[in-house]
Design a binder for this molecule. Structure first.
Ligand code: NAD
Length: 455
């Protein structure tokens, strides 16, 4: 079936109103949960074949988040999908006002490779909950996970409701030339711009979950040992291939040595390796080459070794880095952590603000004034004080970027909202209407209108 015919079939199904029924949506969400659980062994096998990701990491960083999103949607859907009453202003009395959440229609979800299950499936959960049909194009780079998702979803669901299309740039380009009612994209800022341009041709609304260089501030009053532990964990999880991974550290110079020493000891303690199932391969050769160029041998403090064949790069810390260095020119997206020291917090903040708005920012401090200053002055998608990454698993916090790091946010009700149009309705009875708005006009009518509108 051509993409165009598939989209037409999904649109016909959408117009049949079946997906608008809450019971249908709940049933599909339960079914999704069941088929994913049933097929967990296949999902674990595929991701391990792609980049040696362990069951522990796959469950904690991918499936558990998807399961949570499904369960929350099942529990909260009746409330989220409910018509909401709102106030009616005086000029419209008698009347009542309400907002109807309605699904957008046929949605395209494009996934990224670094958390292939979570980033493809969590948006689908939100799209189903909101009552849409979905075409999913997972990333082609972890090929086995893409095959696994296609096999599971294309077997469990009718293609006029959910269809996984596998492929790379040509397939995505062709899909983007079709008219969708919503595009939800996760990936790089560069490709995000291509998606946005394609969507503009059809005025299709987009959610863009993009990347960026997420800074970590560490100030002298922070608990340095705990900061080191939490930064090392957040940076080297998934071998640094996390959109919200700490990209670089800005540390107050008086505590730099202590922080470096502590981070080194945690890297040793955590003992990162494939065998210990706490480290994954770099996704492909191209990224191995790209990352290798960031390792300036003269600045290596820890690690720095590259094992080409195994696609393994040691957890690496670079010290005495400056903003002019190569490693600071683009998002790292790998296990290399540059450390830049500062004496003036104002100057450090200015440097961050000169770059694109990051997806995340982490602030390690015990000083409330410093915390407030950074939170007030630096714009970023979301972040944390005194920890890394964990904000993405607080389901009460919408997750998304700002500026170059994205448009829109999701998870929980925020996800439901991005796949929903809120239709505003004013309903009036046929009685009780004052005659003020109808001609013929008069001074008397105008003075009444002025009085009413001043409320
Ligand atoms: P990418 O932009 O290269 O690819 C993402 C998707 O776009 C893939 O499905 C790919 O097939 C498709 N694609 C690639 N090039 C294309 C083109 N020219 N035209 C049309 N489609 C194209 O991103 P990636 O390498 O998969 O992921 C890494 C980036 O994603 C990083 O910048 C990271 O920060 C970001 N990211 C963001 C989030 C988030 O939630 N904000 C999550 C994960 C990753």
């Amino acid at each position: 079936m051509s993409y165009q015919s598939l989209i037409e079939a999904q649109r016909t199904f959408f117009h049949s109103n079946v997906t608008k029924d809450i019971h249908f949506r709940l049933k599909q969400l339960r079914k999704l949960l069941a088929v994913l659980k049933e097929n967990e062994p296949l999902l674990y096998k595929a991701i391990h074949e792609d980049f040696k990701k362990s069951e522990f990491d796959t469950y904690t960083t991918e499936l558990s988040l998807v399961y949570h999103d499904i369960k929350e949607a099942i529990q909260m859907l009746p409330k989220w999908a409910k018509k909401k009453r709102t106030r009616t202003n005086l000029v419209n009395v008698p009347g009542k006002s309400y907002i109807i959440p309605e699904p957008l229609g046929v949605c395209l979800v494009i996934g990224a490779w670094n958390y292939p299950y979570q980033l493809s499936l969590a948006p689908i959960v939100a799209a189903i909950a909101a009552g849409n049909t979905v075409v999913l194009k997972p990333s082609e780079l972890p090929a086995n996970t893409s095959v696994a998702m296609a096999k599971i979803l294309n077997t469990a669901f009718e293609e006029n409701f959910i269809k996984v299309i596998e492929g790379g740039i040509p397939e995505t380009t062709e899909l983007l030339s079709c008219k969708f009612d919503k595009i939800f994209f996760t990936g790089s800022t560069t490709v995000g711009k291509i998606v946005y341009q394609a969507a503009a041709k059809n005025l299709t609304p987009v959610t863009l979950e993009l990347g960026g260089k997420s800074p970590v501030f560490v100030t002298r009053d922070a608990d340095i040992d705990n900061s080191a532990k939490r930064i090392v964990w957040g940076k080297f999880l998934n071998s640094g291939q996390t959109c919200i991974a700490p990209d670089y550290i800005l540390v107050e110079s008086s505590v730099q040595e202590k922080l470096l020493g502590s981070m080194k000891s945690y890297i040793e303690k955590f003992s990162y390796s494939f065998a210990n199932e706490n480290y994954i391969q770099i996704v492909n050769e191209r990224n191995m080459k790209r990352l290798s160029k960031f390792i300036d041998k003269d600045k290596v403090y820890v690690g720095g070794k590259i094992h080409e064949e195994e696609r393994f790069i040691e957890p690496t810390i670079l010290r005495d880095v400056s903003f002019a260095d190569k490693v600071m020119q683009e998002e790292i997206f790998g296990p290399i952590l540059p450390v830049i020291s500062f004496d003036s917090l104002d100057k450090a903040i200015t440097q961050v603000k000169q770059g694109a708005k990051p997806l995340a920012c982490y602030i390690f401090t015990n000083d409330a004034k410093i915390k407030e200053k950074i939170l007030q002055e630096v714009s970023f998608g979301g972040g944390q004080v005194n920890d890394t990454l964990m904000h993405v698993v607080n389901y009460h916090l919408p997750f998304g970027g700002v500026g170059d790091s994205g448009i829109g946010s999701y998870h929980g009700e925020a996800g439901f909202k991005v796949f929903t149009h809120y239709k505003s309705i004013l309903e009036k009875p046929f009685f009780g209407e004052p005659n003020l708005k109808y001609p013929p006009y008069s001074k008397n009518k105008l003075s009444w209108i002025k009085k009413i509108l001043s409320f």
